[in-house]
Design a protein around this ligand. Structure first.
Ligand SMILES: [Zn+2]
Length: 113
């Protein structure tokens, strides 16, 4: 059983962007500890985000997300947002020579990058 450092979790929750919290209580929910979910939902409530808004966020995110077997969404390879596609990218050794194409998960933001 994973032991959580509740102080660290609380600290993260206070500083997190609302978008990050919304992703964690929706598409990443299945991978979250109940006590962490409580903290995040409490923080969202404090920021004035309603249950309806959370449900709407979940619907939009799940529409494009890639669902994993554990019930969570596949994460972008570059940030914590849910990936919307897997793309082939040339893997470069030391940033120089393209060696082989690699499949990378990308969120909507990083898809063009
Ligand atoms: Zn991303």
């Amino acid at each position: 059983m994973l032991r959580l450092d509740l102080r660290k979790v609380a600290e993260f929750v206070r500083r997190a962007d609302t978008e990050e919290l919304l992703d964690r209580v929706t598409v990443y929910r299945a991978g979250m500890e109940p006590v962490a979910l409580d903290l995040m939902e409490g923080e969202l409530d404090r920021r004035g985000v309603t249950r309806e808004e959370i449900a709407a966020w979940a619907a939009v995110r799940w529409e494009n997300a890639i669902r994993l077997a554990d019930g969570t969404a596949l994460r972008c390879g570059f940030c914590d947002r849910p990936a919307v596609a897997r793309v082939r990218r040339w893997h470069r050794v030391f940033g120089l020579v393209p060696v082989f194409p690699r499949s990378v998960a990308c969120c909507a933001t990083h898809l063009d990058g």
